[in-house]
Every structure is written in structure tokens, then in C-alpha cells.
Design a binder for this molecule. Structure first.
Ligand code: IPD
Ligand code: CA
Ligand code: CA
Ligand code: CA
Length: 262
């Protein structure tokens, strides 16, 4: 497999898609709701996914695509080369803020992550990684993550899980939130994973993400020595929804052991 060629194409398409997205800031969006009033999609999400699929199918006809907006293939197993794409991660931010969103792509071969990308379109910051070759923010290598104590850690979490919900007892999160130095919530899982990779956050935790939310981030974070699992410390299932805990190595162990009880 010529990963160099695939990487060059992915980067070129990301930059072009990013430029197209920036152009839409001056235009009227078509906004629709999906499963509920907070679950939004725009014409730009759809057009961006279609843009990638058209390029991938043209250049790499054997590759398959799993995309959030459903224009890709029906993927039941990760054999061969599969691109997992979130055309806009953080759609609510895209609509309301015109920032704090990203394009996320993970490219897997027979289930193994090979190339990961998270492109912060507004800041023109491309986080990327190739398996075994480290991670980068634009052209700069990202250093390996160093240990941090919980009292000095900044963690990002989705505050939905701090109120009554069906997935976790909110009281489990209270001691963790008290123990850390600070909490954040950016509203883009991909960017939150990129921030852990870049050392801007020490951990990110959430109770339910889909494969396209974490596919790119998984590859990037692991390349800098970060740990990506579900909240119980178990491996993520790549084609299912998972809870997700992303953190620096020691901190990850401590959060699972001391704060999360099954
Ligand atoms: C969402 C964002 C958000 C996360 C949601 C995702 P979308 O992705 O990543 O931060 O909390 O679970 O669905 O819908 O904006 O691509
Ligand atoms: Ca969505
Ligand atoms: Ca998403
Ligand atoms: Ca999305």
C-alpha cells in the first residue's frame, strides 16, 4: 500500500475542503435536525462528505468510506482500506460560532489505523499522524505526552453527563471534577482529542461517540503515547458507539482505577 500517496491526497483534499467551508461563512446555510432538536446537519456537512467520497472513489476505487452523513458505503467489517470520515465534527459550533469545529478522517487497513487527520479549518491547523511515524501539528512534530498529576490536569468533558442521564451516575464524575485543576467543554470530540495530542488538554472523556467522531483522533493520540479506550479502560470497538476516555498514560490509568466504577 502506498501510504505516502494516500497521505498526499488526503492532505490536498483536506485543504481544499477547508477552503470551501470557509467560503460558506458568507452564505446562508440550510440547517436540518436529525434525531432531535440538538442534532443538527447542514448542506455544508453533506457537501463536504460528498466532496471526499467523490475524490476517494475516483483516485482509490478499491477503498471504502464510512461517513457520518451516510453517503459512503455500508460497512459491516473493516477489511481492506476504509476511510472513516466526519465531514464537520462540531456542527453546532459551525452553525452558531463559525469556529471550534474540524474535519476528521481516520484511514484503516484491515482494522489497523494507518493515517489520522483532524483539520481545524478556521485556524488552518492540521493535526496528522501516520502509524509508527509520529504525529504533527502542521509541519511541527508533536512531542510525546509527559505524565501529569491529577491535581494539575485540565480535562475536557461533555457536561451532558453531569446531569441525570441513562449512561452514567453523575455522582461518579463529581469527585473527578473536584480533583482536577480545571474542566473544559469544546463541543467537538475530534478537536478535544487533537488538544490532548497537542498537550493543550490532559484528558477528554465522554459517554457516547460514533466511529467518525474518534477515528482520526485515535490514530493521532496513540502516536504521541496517549491512551484511548472506553471509560472502563477497554479497547474501542471501531464500528460501534463507545464511551471514550483519552488521556496521558498515567492519568488515564488513575482515572479508570480511582474514579470510574463499573
Ligand atoms: C458531535 C461532537 C460533540 C459530541 C457529540 C458528537 P457532530 O459531533 O463531536 O462534541 O459531544 O457526541 O456527535 O455531530 O458535531 O459531528
Ligand atoms: Ca452530527
Ligand atoms: Ca462528530
Ligand atoms: Ca459531523
Amino acid at each position: 500500500m502506498n501510504w505516502q500517496q494516500i497521505d498526499e491526497c488526503a492532505r490536498a483534499w483536506l485543504k481544499e475542503a477547508g477552503a470551501r467551508i470557509r467560503e460558506t461563512f458568507a452564505q446562508q446555510l440550510t440547517i436540518q435536525t436529525k434525531s432531535n432538536r440538538k442534532d443538527l446537519v447542514t448542506n455544508v456537512d453533506k457537501e463536504t462528505e460528498q466532496f471526499f467520497i467523490a475524490h476517494i472513489k475516483n483516485k482509490f476505487p478499491q477503498h471504502r468510506v464510512l461517513g457520518e452523513e451516510g453517503f459512503g458505503d455500508d460497512i459491516g467489517a473493516l477489511d481492506g482500506t476504509v476511510w472513516i470520515i466526519d465531514p464537520i465534527d462540531g456542527t453546532m459550533n459551525f452553525i452558531h460560532q463559525q469556529r471550534n469545529f474540524a474535519i476528521s478522517i481516520g484511514i484503516f487497513h484491515n482494522g489497523v489505523g494507518q493515517l489520522g487527520y483532524i483539520y481545524d479549518v478556521v485556524h488552518d491547523e492540521l493535526y496528522s499522524a501516520q502509524k509508527g511515524k509520529g504525529a504533527f501539528l502542521n509541519d511541527s512534530p508533536l512531542p510525546r505526552l509527559q505524565p501529569v498529576s491529577i491535581s494539575e490536569a485540565i480535562i475536557s468533558l461533555n457536561t451532558t453527563w453531569v446531569i441525570d442521564n441513562a449512561r452514567i451516575d453523575p455522582s461518579i464524575l463529581t469527585p473527578l471534577v473536584k480533583a482536577v485543576r480545571g474542566t473544559r467543554s469544546y463541543g467537538s470530540a475530534a478537536l478535544e482529542m487533537a488538544y490532548v495530542a497537542a498537550g493543550r488538554l490532559d484528558a477528554y472523556m465522554t459517554m457516547r461517540l460514533s466511529p467518525w467522531d474518534f477515528a482520526g483522533g485515535l490514530i493521532i493520540v496513540e502516536e504521541v503515547g496517549g491512551v484511548v479506550t472506553n471509560i472502563y479502560g477497554e479497547p474501542l470497538q471501531l464500528l460501534e458507539q463507545n464511551s471514550v476516555l483519552v488521556a496521558k498514560p498515567g492519568l488515564h490509568k488513575q482515572i479508570v482505577k480511582q474514579y470510574i466504577r463499573k
